[in-house]
Ligand binder design. Sequence first.
Ligand code: AMP
Length: 397
Amino acid sequence: MNILIINAGSSSLKYQLMDPQTGVVSAKGLCERIGIDGRLNHKAGDGDKIVRDIPMPTHSEAIAATLEILQDAEVGVIKSVDEIDAVGHRVLHGGMEFFDSCIINDDVIKAIKKCIPLGPLHNPANLMGIEACQAVMPTTPQVAVFDTAFHMTMPPKAYRYAIPTEYYENDSIRRYGFHGTSHKYVAKRTAELVGKKEFKMVNCHLGNGSSMSAVKDGKCQDTTMGLTPLAGVPMGTRSGDIDAAVVQFLCNKYGYSVDECLNILNKKSGMLAISGVSSDFRDLEDGAKNGNEDCALARDKFCYEVAKFVGAYAAALNGIDVLTFTAGVGENDCNVRASVCEYLGFMGVKIDPELNGKRGKEMKISTPDSKVEVWVVPTNEELMIAQDTAELVTAAK
Ligand code: AMP
């Protein structure tokens, strides 16, 4: 089976052609500068990366260019579009409309549009990707996979904000959570690795954007991001949780609009702000090694906040059996993992420094006497999208 995975942004569109059973990616690429001029970056299997300048005034031309290069005699991997069994689209915000992935029809499009106020930057771009695919491949089934869906099993005590009920009832203001496709993949994969379905875990998706989730028996019980991906632990450039009155203070003192203030919290905060150097954890590590105290503080603040949420979620779940690390930092930064686990020594978390010294590999890093199993589980959101898409399309046949 061939599933085309599409992740459409406002001026870019990423694609992968994947076999959902094996996870093998036969080709992948990126259309960038959509609406400006247009450039296609394509790679088939182990082949070289190809870059072509192709005019892309809209997402339709980007999809057309993608399909064309996938069928290209030299660098393509299929002979006809008919070889694509279905398309899986990443969609940021499913609001209270979507609890799972679903086959796209007119009602689904309407519901995704209804969620635009909750995901004003991403949902319109995701819709452009869907509509462009529908136009050029009208008979191929399309599936929407939502970043929020995995978290929809949270109980009200986790997802309700303690603000007047009218904002929840009239405006759907609540915690949604993001990176759901990654959390879902890691929860599913961890169940395979530990050989159990019923267990309690905390997953730490630590990357440029970071979020954590408390999962019981494969179902999300709580997560750190909120109405938007700004909440939770501090991130590369995002503040994470702060007192909402900081916004009022900054707007009053500096005459910022709320949008300007939110731009500071989203793009100029987090690790970048505390270190004053970079949002990239590798730069922070280099800085800290060279004696830059602000870089060291940024990394320690991050690990401290991650550990605090693990503690909170251990309380929420009445104990945890497994702790998992994933995404760029979680998979690769051994020192972040070591520091988080050191904070958690009080609850019997113990890791083996030698095992933890490896990077980017699926592995158990806890010692045999650790009270909590600690795993590194590299995420694979694309595989999750391909599997959800294949499952839905096969069931509908
Ligand atoms: P992501 O958003 O999941 O792509 O993660 C990006 C973050 O992962 C960046 O802050 C990188 O510094 C970090 N990262 C990627 N590779 C490594 C590595 N080998 N060692 C430490 N951090 C890494």
